[in-house]
Ligand binder design. Structure first.
Ligand code: SF4
Length: 205
């Protein structure tokens, strides 16, 4: 295992997360499916990584109830219902915008349903994080989010924000701004069990 990955996992475990390395996304998907009970109601907020592992589909196919607001054909009211259900599900399955070698997990959010339940609500939260999200420290993590992850996401959504054209954040005040709330998990919150799978492949933005 690369030294920076080992360092990250050790730091996360010191910070009361349950972190481990998994070499490939297929291995990660298999392991995560084994560790989520079939009876669990699983919240899946906006995460490209989770969909790249095929976990949304696999969970539904084997009978888990999922709260997935990216499902096609949902009405505005249903999307809101899904987002709210993610706050009270049995297990939340998500990713992060950055993870640091010093043991912090960072996420930026527009609505808030991706970050809120990672603090409190679901008793178990599972983060699946590709190695492209590893950064040395908090400053580098924030740079990654504002100059890479957020502009890419804004571009995918075809939003009218400056970073879509320049590829760099200018701390815009656009009505379309995707970066509205930032969460740094310095330690696993005291009433939430947090598993972190660092996957040896690039995943998500
Ligand atoms: S604050 Fe605005 S310009 Fe900066 S990354 Fe977010 S959406 Fe783009």
């Amino acid at each position: 295992m690369e030294e920076r990955i080992e360092k990250t996992i050790q730091a996360l475990n010191r910070h009361r997360f349950k972190a481990e390395f998994v070499a490939s996304k297929d291995q990660a998907a298999k392991l995560i499916l084994e560790r989520i009970p079939r009876a669990a109601r699983v919240g899946i907020p906006g995460s490209r990584t989770v969909r790249e592992l095929g976990l949304d589909r696999a969970l539904r196919e084997r009978g888990n109830v999922t709260y997935d607001h990216w499902l096609q054909g949902l009405s505005k009211a249903d999307i809101l219902k899904m987002r709210k259900a993610q706050l009270t599900c049995d297990a939340l399955l998500t990713s992060a915008n950055a993870v640091t070698e010093t043991g912090e997990i960072l996420n930026m959010d527009g609505v808030g349903n991706r970050i809120a339940p990672t603090i409190f609500g679901p008793p178990k939260v599972i983060f699946v994080i590709g190695i492209n999200k590893l950064t040395p420290d908090l400053a580098a993590a924030r740079t990654r989010i504002m100059n890479l992850a957020a502009p890419r996401r804004a571009s995918e959504l075809d939003l009218e924000v400056p970073c879509v054209k320049t590829g760099e954040c200018n701390d815009c005040n656009s009505p379309d701004r995707v970066c509205r709330a930032e969460l740094v998990l310095h330690r696993a919150p005291s009433l939430t069990e947090i598993e972190v799978y660092i996957v040896g492949e690039d995943l998500g933005n």
